[in-house]
Design a protein around this ligand. Structure first.
Ligand code: ARG
Length: 459
């Protein structure tokens, strides 16, 4: 037979394949809680404005609570022929309370209803991302604090560049994840307007109070244009975009962990809790969690591109295309929350190998810049000349198979006669990092100051 909710003008029911392509209940059941919350606020407003009677509103309120408990207990009878979560909830409400259920949808459409439910869901996910990021930032802060003055090589092109501190490297990720956090905060603030009451697309002739429902649902205000309200999915795109940037950051540290935990680097040891063994090679401890985190951006960015592609070129207002928004966001959100939790665990449990870091910091001519700076400062040479002289010294050391501090004073003076023995002070990596005292530089005092800034800001 025809559909019970909208079948008035229909004689026949849908083809089975039509049902398969049309129904969203398989995934939008995740919006059940938001749907019921929205309906409760709507019903209370309808009663307060005299659009429905208070007895009916009370019956609706109690019925919705029963529906919610059925969903929570896992006994709610989801029915695919009812298409989506909105009609499943309303149909069940009708079974439970009868006629008053039919008054709930007054001055409302599934178009503003789904825009509301989905916005509430995405808003919760912003909060979850913010909380997850704060835990991750704290894990990085703890690592930074433990090794604020431990030296390690800093890289450009993955070639040894200049010595830095472990704390400084950890704090670089604090900056990245703190920006991610603020992106979710911004997105949350922008999406915090209620579309409920836009109805199908044009608003409604009923004397509704949109401020009342907006307030009841924790929004700052109602949205200001009914057409935009039902056709806007910017909030989902912003969530996905912020998630993609965050997942990109996760992938970068994941990649560093993969490199750093290798036998060739041995910068860190990952905990057994986040690694796996090999079924054939007994020595192996594989960084699977890090590798998966390196890969997860694929899904999240994929979801982002997918939803942009769905939304691109859609005429106003609602089109059924927009039903394709949810699965992408659900998967991206699940992936992001899992990724944040896994990275937080891995960072908390990893052990930096201070000796390997220090040995690597001292190799690869990492203090060549310090030597060039010394020639400028002490001998008054132009930087370009100092650069050239230092390059010759590096080549000399490389030919001899030694590092810069191992050259003798005589060898150095053969390249520039005025070099004196105090040059050796700047060739040590500890001195090198201690000298980088510019704001935001790698000197341990700078690093400790930034750690304290962030700890205060997170409070
Ligand atoms: N299941 C639909 C969605 O996810 C709900 C809105 C349907 N509205 C409509 N006019 N068919 O977008």
């Amino acid at each position: 037979g025809a559909n019970a909710m909208w079948g008035g003008r229909f004689e026949a029911g849908n083809d089975a394949i039509m049902q398969a392509i049309n129904a969203s209940i398989g995934f939008d059941r995740r919006l059940a809680r938001q749907d019921i919350e929205g309906s409760r606020a709507h019903a209370a407003m309808l009663a307060a404005t005299g659009i429905i009677g208070s007895k009916d509103a009370e019956a609706i309120r109690e019925g919705l609570l029963t529906v919610l408990s059925e969903i929570e207990m896992g006994i709610f009878p989801f029915r695919v022929e009812l298409e989506d979560i909105h009609m499943n909830v309303e149909a069940r409400l009708k079974e439970l309370i009868g006629e008053p259920a039919g008054r709930l949808h007054t001055a409302r459409s599934r178009n503003d209803q789904v825009a509301l439910d989905f916005r509430l869901w995405v808003r919760d996910q912003c909060d979850a991302a913010i909380t997850g990021l704060e835990a991750l930032i704290r894990a990085f802060l703890a690592q930074a604090e433990a090794g604020a003055n431990w030296v390690m090589p800093g890289f450009t092109h993955l070639q040894t560049a200049q010595p830095v501190t472990w704390g400084h490297h950890m704090m670089a990720y604090v900056e990245m994840f703190a920006r991610d956090r603020s992106r979710f905060q911004d997105a949350r603030a922008r999406m915090n307007e209620s579309p409920l009451g836009a109805a199908a697309l044009a608003g409604t002739s009923f004397p509704i109070d949109r401020n009342m429902t907006a307030q009841a649902l924790g929004f700052d205000r109602p949205t200001a244009n009914s057409l935009d309200s039902v056709s806007d999915r910017d909030f989902a795109l912003e969530f996905l975009s912020a998630s993609s940037i965050c997942a990109m950051h996760l992938s970068r540290f994941a990649e560093e962990l993969v490199i750093w935990s290798s036998a060739q680097f041995r910068f860190v040891q990952l905990s057994d809790r986040w690694t796996t063994g090999s079924s054939i090679m007994p020595q192996k401890k594989n960084p699977d969690a890090a590798e998966l985190l390196r890969a997860k951006l694929g899904r999240i960015l994929g979801a982002t591109v997918a939803l942009f592609t769905v939304m691109k070129g859609l005429p106003l207002t609602y089109s059924k295309d927009m039903q394709e928004d949810k699965e992408q966001v659900f998967d991206a959100a699940d992936t992001l929350m899992l990724g944040l939790a896994a990275m937080t665990g891995m960072v908390s449990d990893m052990t930096a190998n201070r000796d390997s870091l220090a040995a690597a910091a001292a190799s690869g001519f990492s203090t060549a810049t310090d030597l060039a700076d010394w020639l400028v400062r002490e001998l008054g040479l132009p930087f370009r000349d100092a650069h050239h002289i230092t390059g010759s010294l590096v080549a000399m050391a490389e030919r001899a198979g030694i590092d810069l501090p191992d050259l003798t004073l005589e060898q150095m003076q053969s390249v520039h006669g005025q070099i004196s023995a105090d040059v050796f002070d700047v060739l040590g990596v500890e001195n090198s990092v201690r000298s980088r005292i510019s704001f935001g530089g790698t000197a341990p005092d700078q690093v400790r100051a930034r750690i304290n800034d962030w700890k205060a800001r997170l409070k």
